[in-house]
Ligand binder design. Sequence first.
Ligand code: NDP
Length: 243
Amino acid sequence: MKTNNKLVVITGASSGFGLEMAKEFSKSGYPLLLLARRIEKMQSLNLPNVICKKVDVTDKEQFETAVRDAEAIYGKTDLLVNNAGVMLLGNIASQDTKEWKTMLDVNVMGVMNGMQVVMNDMKERKSGTIINVSSIAGLQPFENHAAYCASKFGVTGLTRVARGEMSPFNVRVLSIMPGAVQTELLSHTTDQNIIDGYKDWQNAVGAVNITANDVAKTIKYAYELPQSVSLREIIITDTMQDS
Ligand code: NDP
């Protein structure tokens, strides 16, 4: 079924920011393609005009097939939010190198995969928006974040380059850099001391009130500005976050 709004593709829609974006965009009637590995979490949202696909963003072929199948139903992608990501905190001297590779693969290669899938059509149509979810850790260092910072500085950098490449084609390429927000993200870190230290810091400064839904609404706001308006980089944190 076709709707008036154009197709929005959201990666990492099974929890956190992505799941809240799915709910917010759906409320406004956008047809959605939701991508993540835990398909049941996306399906259980029971949203109308939504296609949920089990996709690992590091697999470009799988990613592209899902997008093309959804575009056959809803038309070309007008917004891609590259949101899927992992944060496995660790000290560079001791962290398992597999964790570095996972972060760089998902957080950087996954984003680039998504961009390449939609960019050429957007260039041709001279319209479209790509929003990459970086992090405040893509702008400044944090303890035990070496590989995560490497991945998110990567997202910040590649987004800046792509913005320059796409602006002559009237395509917006934005990044959003959130500070700490409670989601499942921290739970995948394998070092319990680091998890505890992170939570202690968050509680000590009181950076606990901003929600995933606040981030989702901000992304939707940036998208819904006119195509001629590019909110290039958005830094969003809890008001109480001090760094
Ligand atoms: P969550 O852990 O709640 O969500 C992460 C999402 O990414 C999940 O839906 C997960 O789905 C998906 N994902 C992870 N790996 C893959 C993969 N290989 N292929 C497809 N999907 C994948 O975290 P957040 O909502 O907090 O994180 C969303 C983004 O925001 C991330 O890029 C994160 O780095 C960034 N961010 C988060 C901050 C925070 O404090 N929460 C701060 C700054 C940035 P599944 O496991 O089902 O595949």
